[in-house]
Design a protein around this ligand. Structure first.
Ligand SMILES: [Zn+2]
Length: 284
């Protein structure tokens, strides 16, 4: 009996060593293949406004406004579809607003959009929220706090928002220009399951606006950067040192000046891209 038990024990031991060996071998042979980068569809709305679609995430940014003064604005027809949530603006998961300026945001239309699209989540900063509160004082039913994530971080701070496979780093940056010194523009680094998009709103090209966010280590796929940033040598230094994107798309374009300045921008960034027509679509 004892002898049998010893043989049985030895067999068991050798089997378990063999199994362990197999497991190790198996582990090394099934190293996970790197996941293919997800498909990202980018639709140009107007000015700094874009729709990003990747899988079930549909993110609209700086797109809902009526009149951008001298800047491009969405047509009445497109605006109506956006606010109503009609195709191609059905099932928008998130609306991001960089700041409250009227060529990026309209409080009343944004409130109506949230009512019509109860599953959409608004992400913006306190300044934009306070403009909404002021405008909606008479219509408090339009204010939908359960549909809003208000970023409270002080200037140059950052907050991260996560939902399912979507991760958004919200960076508080100073708006460009002396007259807008106190305006906080939110930069958004949106991670669509591995494909990373940066949208910097109207951020100024200063060291303090970019040095602490570690963007150069993020391996950013596409950076949406405003026109003046690219024409200034300090702006280009910030891009090369602190952002290091694989691709740049130009936003906030004065089209009458584009012909003159495009060549100059391309000398520095040969594969820079612009969207020339509203609702143009590109897949990355
Ligand atoms: Zn602005």
């Amino acid at each position: 009996m004892k002898k049998h038990f010893t043989i049985y024990f030895l067999l068991l031991l050798s089997h378990s060593i063999f199994a362990q060996d197999m497991m190790i071998t198996d582990k090394s042979s099934i190293l996970p293949e790197p996941l293919p980068a997800p498909r990202l569809e980018v639709t140009y709305i107007a000015n700094s406004g874009f729709l990003f679609t990747s899988g079930s995430n549909r993110v609209l940014i700086d797109a809902i406004y009526l009149d951008g003064e001298v800047w491009e604005a969405p047509s009445k027809k497109i605006l109506k579809s956006m606010v109503a949530g009609n195709p191609p603006f059905k099932n928008i998961t998130h609306l991001l607003v960089s700041h409250y300026h009227e060529d990026h945001f309209d409080a009343t239309l944004t409130a109506k959009f949230l009512v019509n699209n109860p599953k959409t989540y608004l992400i913006t900063n306190k300044q934009t929220d306070s403009v909404m509160r002021r405008v909606l004082k008479m219509d408090p039913q339009f204010k939908r706090p359960e549909q809003s994530k208000i970023i409270e971080t002080p200037m140059f701070g950052m907050e991260t928002y996560e939902s399912g496979s979507l991760r958004i780093k919200c960076m508080a940056q100073r708006h460009m220009g002396k007259e807008d010194y106190n305006v906080m523009s939110m930069g958004f680094l949106i991670d669509f399951s591995g494909k990373k998009v940066l949208h910097i709103g109207d951020a100024d090209f200063t060291e303090e606006n970019f040095k602490d966010f570690g963007l150069a280590d993020e391996n950013i796929d596409i950076a949406f950067i405003h026109y003046w940033f690219l024409l200034d040598c300090e702006g280009r230094r910030i891009i090369d040192e602190y952002i290091k994107p694989k691709k740049i798309v130009v936003t906030h374009i004065p089209y009458d000046e584009l012909r003159r300045d495009y060549k100059r921008m391309r000398e520095y960034y040969p594969d820079i891209e612009v969207f020339l027509n509203h609702m143009d679509k590109k897949v990355y």
